[in-house]
Design a protein around this ligand. Structure first.
Ligand SMILES: [Zn+2]
Length: 294
């Protein structure tokens, strides 16, 4: 098993080899920027954590708990005990919260990550099983949890869709309401630009807004993926950590920023759920059977 740090060094070697071959100063710049970003997230992390299987059929060994509050964030719904994830997920959320705080976007309200050993959740999500998923509410207002109960389970969350979220999920003809601000756009940009983040799920109306309003530096829109619901929160998913050999990668996101027919599809009549997306389970990975039965 390789540690994240060793993998980072491995990346440095492969970058150097490419540079020697191609002698492109531009590549040198890209590699060093990428390594700097990655090492920021990896050097301080304990590495005996393994994501196993898929996000919707997997588990995690050696998950870390996200402290229940920290710089720029607070965890909600403590009664669910779902604030565990791969150390890279914990670090990613802490990094995002800090950046959001520095840019005065508000305080992040963190929703579900996963259970201490991962695995299927009894309610609420199909994914969030291998320590690589986290939900963050769009509600950035610290005043909204002044009267929170002990479990922080009574905080009202609001849809960003016009018409009060009615018919949410289908997204047909829906625009966004006045709760949606530049702060949300900025927050999604910050999240998408974190190197460990593979993709971010948002309501199709939110993706459509970003396609319309983001004019410069649009590359990060690629990671923003339209999906059902996700009008009160967004969902961050990390790539498989390099040190988790049994983590099964999701199909890569398409090339380009997807502000095209694949997006307008969401606003046309289509089935309420995509049947192909709900694949039959082929059985829990063996390592997870052992882990979850202990
Ligand atoms: Zn989620």
């Amino acid at each position: 098993m390789f540690s994240e740090i060793r993998v980072t060094i491995g990346n440095a070697n492969s970058c150097r080899t490419k540079i020697k071959k191609l002698l492109l100063p531009l590549l040198l710049l890209v590699c060093s920027l990428n390594l700097m970003a990655e090492s920021l997230l990896t050097t301080t992390i304990q590495t005996k954590s393994y994501s196993i299987g898929k996000t919707n059929n997997g588990c995690i060994s050696g998950a870390k708990a996200l402290p229940l509050q920290g710089g720029g964030y607070i965890v909600l719904h403590l009664e669910r005990d779902r604030h565990y994830g791969h150390p890279l997920l914990i670090k990613t959320l802490q990094t995002l919260a800090k950046q959001a705080q520095q840019q005065q976007l508000g305080i992040l309200q963190i929703g579900d990550l996963g259970q201490a050993l991962g695995g299927a959740l009894p309610f609420g999500h199909r994914s969030h099983q291998s320590g690589l998923d986290a939900d963050v509410w769009f509600n950035l207002n610290p005043n909204s949890y002044v009267n929170a109960n002990k479990q922080r389970s009574n905080i009202k969350q609001f849809s960003m869709l016009s018409s009060n979220g009615k018919g949410k999920g289908k997204g047909k003809g829906k625009g966004l309401n006045t709760r949606w601000t530049n702060k949300h756009r900025k927050l999604l940009e910050l999240a998408a630009k974190i190197v460990t983040v593979d993709r971010i799920f948002v309501n199709p109306a939110i993706k459509r807004d970003l396609c319309k309003t983001v004019t410069e530096d649009r590359q990060w829109l690629r990671k923003i993926r339209p999906w059902y619901h996700h009008d009160k929160h967004f969902h961050i998913r990390l790539s498989c950590p390099k040190s988790s050999p049994d983590c099964i990668k999701q199909a890569p996101i398409p090339a380009g920023i997807s502000c095209d027919a694949s997006l307008t599809w969401w606003f046309k009549k289509h089935p309420a759920t995509i049947s192909g997306a709900i694949k039959k389970r082929t059985g829990i990975p063996k390592a997870c059977q052992v882990l979850l039965s202990d």
